[in-house]
Write a protein that binds this ligand. Structure first.
Ligand SMILES: NC(=O)c1ccc[n+]([C@@H]2O[C@H](COP(=O)([O-])OP(=O)(O)OC[C@H]3O[C@@H](n4cnc5c(N)ncnc54)[C@H](OP(=O)(O)O)[C@@H]3O)[C@@H](O)[C@H]2O)c1
Length: 297
């Protein structure tokens, strides 16, 4: 049995190795396509081309095509990430975020591919006030978190070889797809109120930095569980305030709320800052502050 939340060393992925990315049109998928090409031979698959929940897709790509094209690694960026939608469609969330990764893991184990699987800070309940380590006990508060945790468990269970890397991250933002930062900017530019919570704290993650971190971890032969996010824990309110100031937009549009006042369908952890100590030990690198990506104007 592999230690839950542990890490171990595997073969380093050589520069130029072929890597496939599923869920390639998402924020992290697009970042992987853009950033990892620095070191690796990357090919992306959109949802329409490869649905991770369908055994026939997995058969086609991993069992029939991969032995000829010889990718060394599959990065799974496919997921249902809308937290409230997952609450309403918890069965579908389980299919995409848990059953699908289980299918991928089973096929990767059979074909000898390394599987990189993305997961989330929402596997934790937020009752702590110091950063969560990889081996801390998970206790998700919502359907999204439960489905992502189940995905992690299936990946580990299907891959007794230990040829997997589970990367947990938080509050991803990018220029690729709508996210909290783009929402704040859109609202403010339209002169609409920007309501953001003061009682939820985590750390934003720039998708390109996450993709680069995945690259460093692969080139270092890292396996098991690892956390990555940018430096600079904050509340959503503080994040929105910084974003508005960085873009020279009026902070008067900002309205402080609590999570209860927001009336969200899914509960969120109040505190879900991930510790990046393991990432730093394994790579010798320190993530930069997310505020250096959005410098204050
Ligand atoms: N976004 C965050 O703040 C955040 C925070 C923590 C962890 N994460 C994790 O990071 C990973 C990537 O997130 P992201 O922000 O890049 O998500 P995203 O932008 O929502 O992208 C998800 C991608 O998955 C695809 N997809 C959905 N169902 C699929 C299926 N059945 N088969 C194949 N592809 C499918 C989507 O394609 P279509 O749109 O065409 O369906 C989309 O390209 C996920 O594992 C997520 O749980 C994200």
């Amino acid at each position: 049995m592999l230690p839950w939340g542990g890490y171990w060393q595997g073969a380093r992925l050589p520069v130029g190795a072929r890597v496939w990315v599923v869920g390639a049109t998402g924020q992290v998928g697009q970042a992987c396509l853009r950033v990892l090409t620095r070191w690796l031979d990357v090919r992306g698959f959109a949802h329409a081309e490869w649905d991770i929940t369908l055994p026939e897709s997995v058969q086609r790509w991993l069992l029939d095509t991969a032995p000829q094209e010889r990718p060394r690694c599959l990065i799974n960026c496919a997921a249902l990430t809308n937290v409230d939608q997952c609450e309403d469609m918890s069965d579908r969330a389980m299919v995409v975020n848990a059953h699908g990764p289980g299918l991928l893991a089973h096929a990767c184990e059979r074909t000898g591919l390394l599987l990189v699987h993305l997961s989330t800070d929402y596997v934790f309940d937020g009752s702590r006030s110091t950063p969560y380590e990889e081996a801390d006990p998970p206790r998700p508060l919502n359907a999204y978190g439960r489905s992502k945790l189940d995905g992690e468990r299936r990946v580990a269970a299907q891959m007794p070889s230990g040829r997997f890397l589970i990367v947990r991250t938080s509050w991803v933002f990018s220029g690729y797809r709508p996210n909290f930062v783009t929402w704040v900017l859109e609202r403010a530019r339209a002169g609409l109120p920007v309501r953001a919570v003061t009682d939820q704290v985590s750390a934003p993650t720039w998708a390109d930095d996450l993709a680069e971190a995945i690259g460093h971890l692969l080139l270092n032969g890292m396996r098991g569980w690892v956390h990555f996010r940018n430096e600079g824990p904050c509340s959503r309110y503080e994040q929105a305030e910084w974003v508005l100031q960085a873009h020279g937009l009026p902070t008067a549009l900002l309205e402080a709320r609590t999570m209860t006042e927001m009336g969200w369908r899914a509960r969120r952890p109040a505190y879900s800052v991930l510790s990046v100590a393991r990432y730093q030990t394994c790579t010798g690198l320190t993530p930069r502050d997310w505020r250096t990506i959005l410098p204050r104007g």
